[in-house]
Design a protein around this ligand. Structure first.
Ligand code: SAM
Length: 236
């Protein structure tokens, strides 16, 4: 069972998002448990302050280190990266992190505990990245207003890779970025009707010739990868 703890100043953000499809089923099957936590519950002052002005000046506020270190200590049993068990990952969501990939998500799916720290405002005191987290992860080259949507993306990408989470409706072995597809994109999919507003499904898919269909899919996947993600083809 993978335990996911999300540290956020907006725990209610997650109140329904995990109640659908694969994630809901994985929770019900006991493959994963997901718990949002209010960062303010690890403050000790009367007003539950979690942010402060940046040293050196500049706009905005920065999330303070103390409540975040306290939260990770209570959830993971350690307050320094080197003392965190190898089966646990402490992830800071940040546009300055490594870009999330299928391979990173697959790694996360093998862990016992995933602690996700959601930033807000100008970000999180850098000592969290320096000394506490095992992974600083970005979901793409754009800036969100908070780490919550990024945490949701990480949880979704990870949970569907837990063995048994997908059932038979889809297979992780043949989809985009998988080893079987050589790290490139999935082939195009079609369903009924065979003709829609003058657009016909490629004839080969209607023939029942498995060999030819497999060849067409390989070529179509390569063509789509060249068109949309040539960077994937340059990889070793
Ligand atoms: N000042 C930061 C910068 O320019 O890199 C941006 C901070 S952003 C407004 C606030 C929070 O949103 C971040 O601390 C992070 O948790 C989250 N966030 C924003 N963009 C993200 C991304 N691409 N991936 C993951 N988290 C992101």
């Amino acid at each position: 069972m993978l335990r996911v703890d999300i540290i956020t100043i907006f725990p209610d953000y997650f109140s329904e998002v995990f109640d659908y499809g694969i994630i809901r089923r994985a929770c019900a099957a006991g493959l994963v448990s997901i718990q949002p936590h209010d960062l303010r519950s690890w403050t000790s002052d009367k007003h539950h302050v979690v942010d402060d002005r940046p040293f050196g000046g500049g706009d905005g506020m920065v999330l303070k280190p103390e409540p975040i270190f306290a939260a990770v200590e209570s959830l993971a049993g350690a307050r320094r990266r080197e003392n965190i068990a190898a089966t646990k990952r402490v992830v800071l969501l940040s546009p300055q992190g490594k870009r999330l990939t299928q391979s990173i998500a697959s790694d996360f799916a093998k862990s016992e505990q995933l602690i996700l720290i959601c930033g807000r405002y100008e970000g999180v005191d850098e000592r969290v990245a320096d000394a506490l987290v095992t992974d600083e992860i970005s979901i793409g080259d754009y800036v969100l207003s908070g780490g919550e949507p990024a945490a949701l993306v990480v949880v979704d990408a990870t949970v569907r890779l837990i063995p048994g989470a997908l059932g038979s409706e889809t297979s992780v072995t043949t989809e985009s970025f998988s080893e079987a597809s050589n790290g490139s994109l999935d082939y195009p999919h079609y369903t009924r009707p065979p003709e829609f507003e003058g657009m016909r499904v490629p004839e080969v898919l209607l023939t029942g010739h498995h060999g030819e269909i497999a060849r067409w899919r390989r070529d179509a996947a390569e063509e789509k990868t060249k068109r949309n993600r040539p960077d994937l083809l340059k990889k070793e």
